[in-house]
Ligand binder design. Sequence first.
Ligand SMILES: [Zn+2]
Length: 244
Amino acid sequence: MTEELFRDDATLRECSASVLALAAGGVILDRTVFYPQGGGQAGDAGELLLPDGRRVAIVDARKSKEQLGAILHLTAPGADLSLLAPGSAVTAQIDWTRRQRHMRFHTSTHLLCALVPHPVDGCSITADYARLDFHMTEPLDKEALTAGIARFVGEAHAVRQRWISEAELDANPGLVRSMSVQPPRGLGRVHVIDIDGVDLQPCGGTHVSNTAEIGAVIVTKIEKKSAMTRRVVLGFAESAAGRS
Ligand SMILES: [Zn+2]
């Protein structure tokens, strides 16, 4: 079992931890700031720092398939895992630039949900782009969506996380926007992200704490993926400018 420090504080960049076990391709720690791939959001990369100054690169983080509740920190092929014997003390440090991009994009997808009132049937959030698939047939306007996101960013809405009871969720089925990702049930409570006055939905990903932190995110592409699916792709304005 890995304690998930990023759940309560997505701004943590590092933590002390100890190695619980070595597993296929990676390391399991007792606690971590590494977000494991899930809910459409890419996993974190970074480093494990050893007390003697040596570093082990972590290329990705995943939920362990073998051990329920454990997070696997994937090492690069050929990494020297003898440095990481169970019980070893490490400092787990994420690539903050990459994570910030995930958080900016992820929060933008919530803004997009507020602008496009249709169910979501697919989602992918990476450091370079985010895409959201809406179950709908109507056309979408790229410029109008970009302007809508910019408005929410400019209005600087607070982004808060809190827990609601499953009973409260059942009483408000409209809260669940995603057809593909249902919130985990059976715990009696569900984690929701509340963007003040804009969007409220269950979500387990990492987000910025104010929409102003998103900066300049633009719609780079709208695709008709199928008769019933419209895909919206988001990019950072600075990257788009750099490419042209
Ligand atoms: Zn989210």
